[in-house]
Write a protein that binds this ligand. Structure first.
Ligand SMILES: *Cc1c(COP(=O)(O)O)cnc(C)c1O
Length: 456
């Protein structure tokens, strides 16, 4: 399978600003990738700023409109899940487009704060938050600390009391709905580390404990069912479950929680074989219908709804630009051959193929070729045979040392999961807008790596 040509559509595998130049190179938002590589080096992550902003804005607008009070609902907020990729520039962009920022560690929180995102529109997640992280959240007025265990409740309550504030908290509920890819399975028992189970009564216990704590304000319930989800049925099932718990709590305590967060996990297209994901408008309409109908059935006023997309905002906006080095034909059993195309990065800049068996595609970025296509595998330069960037892709048979290769849809969980394995400095993140390229995260240097080693 060869890479689909960029066509400017939001449902494509390339960001909407990617085009072929007249002489056959790829350009992102008017920046020729040959020039980008010459100026900034390779490997590099290249982010299409307008594409990212447009995706962020599409979520904000779709949810504001679908959940509007005119339609009998109580509004909606969108939080960008920073773990997908966070830098000061990206936090600013999504905030400018009307999103809050969802963080999961003190590091992500520090970046959002440095970007000037107000604490009130930042969330803090985590199944094992440190005292330092919770203290920072309380001190900076984080708008929602998402409680993930019963023991965390006392810790947040004590820190808030000591600071003389009421800390806003949500309860992370595991609904029994697991989703990912095209399937979801409802299970009674939750054999994983996140959240408080609905069926065991742990979620309800957390709610009651928070309601009894003077220094805590219960903002609502939170559900996040998985990632890379293309079928909306799992979100609908989870929404129904948390709305039911909310109504139960209201019935027995008289307290109707103002918010429900339905998490992130909306899937994107990595290769032409992936289905075109639902657009933000469709997601928002489907969820608004479920929330409206369910609340009507339960006889409760609808909550304000929030969501936390990460991958679907930043993933399609990014590509990774590599330089080709060694090209090797390897004979396979049965007489066929595979062309191994080695690039100057690998599992240190994209761990997802090794970690999840994730599929990607790749295309020549410096030229067009009319050569026949060969069955190729794009591999990195690390000391592992599992160091695969693209397992199967059709590339022109004349692919050679010095060519540029672009791998689309690497904006999410690429740089954010990057390592310095083999002491490879991590690539920069380059933002392109209106033909202008700038590094928003600079390339790591050997000096950066050596600076951590305390022996002279
Ligand atoms: C990972 C995560 C997200 C974002 O998931 P995406 O697949 O990137 O949209 C949102 N919320 C929580 C709690 C998460 O853990």
């Amino acid at each position: 399978m060869s890479a689909p040509e960029p066509d400017g559509t939001p449902g494509g595998v390339w960001s909407t600003g990617v085009r072929r130049t007249r002489d056959g190179a790829l350009a992102v938002a008017g920046a020729d990738l040959r020039e980008v590589a010459a100026e900034h080096g390779t490997p590099a992550y290249v982010l299409d700023e307008d594409d990212l902003r447009t995706r962020a804005r599409a979520f904000a607008e779709a949810f504001a409109s679908a959940f509007s009070p005119e339609r009998g609902l109580a509004g909606a907020d969108v939080y960008y899940a920073g773990k997908a990729f966070l830098s000061v520039a990206v936090a600013r962009w999504v905030h400018e487009e009307g999103l809050g920022v969802d963080t999961a560690t003190g590091g992500e929180l520090a970046v959002a704060l440095r970007a000037g995102v107000p604490g009130a529109v930042i969330g803090l997640h985590g199944n094992n938050k440190s005292d330092e992280e919770l203290t920072a959240a309380v001190r900076h007025g984080v708008g929602r600390i998402v409680v993930d265990s019963l023991s965390e409740i006392d810790r947040v309550a004590a820190l808030a009391a000591a600071a003389g504030v009421r800390a806003p908290v949500m309860v992370r509920v595991t609904t029994g709905v697991h989703a990912g890819g095209h399937e979801f399975i409802a299970t009674a028992h939750e054999d994983q580390k996140f959240g408080l189970s609905l069926t065991s009564g742990a979620a309800r216990k957390a709610v009651d404990e928070i309601l009894a704590a003077d220094s805590l304000e219960l903002v609502g319930l939170h559900s996040h069912i998985g990632s890379q989800i293309l079928d909306l049925a799992g979100f609908e099932a989870a929404a129904r479950a948390v709305l039911t718990l909310r109504a139960d709590v209201a019935r027995t305590t008289g307290r109707l929680m103002p918010e429900v967060d339905l998490g992130g996990g909306y899937g994107i297209r990595y290769t032409a074989a992936d289905a075109v994901p639902p657009a933000p408008r469709e997601i928002a309409e489907r969820l608004a219908t479920i929330v409206g109908d369910r609340c009507a059935d339960l006889g409760t006023a609808p909550p304000k709804v929030s969501i936390e997309p990460g991958r679907s905002v930043v993933g399609p906006a990014g590509l990774t630009l590599y330089r080709v080095g060694t090209v090797k034909d390897v004979a396979l059993d049965g007489g066929a051959a595979r062309t191994y195309v080695s690039v100057d990065g690998g599992m240190s800049d994209n761990i997802r193929p090794a970690l999840y068996g994730a599929a990607y595609t790749a295309a020549l970025a410096n030229r067009r070729s009319d050569a026949d296509l060969v069955s190729a595998r794009v591999v990195g330069k690390h000391c592992e045979s599992g160091d695969i960037v693209v397992r199967d892709v059709a590339l022109p048979a004349d692919v050679r040392d010095g060519d540029l290769l672009a791998v689309p849809a690497t904006g999410a969980y690429g740089r954010s999961m990057a390592s310095t394995y083999n002491l490879m400095p991590r690539p920069p993140v380059l933002a392109v807008r209106d033909g202008r390229t700038r590094a928003i995260v600079r390339r790591e240097s050997l000096d950066d790596l050596l600076a951590l080693d305390t022996e002279a």
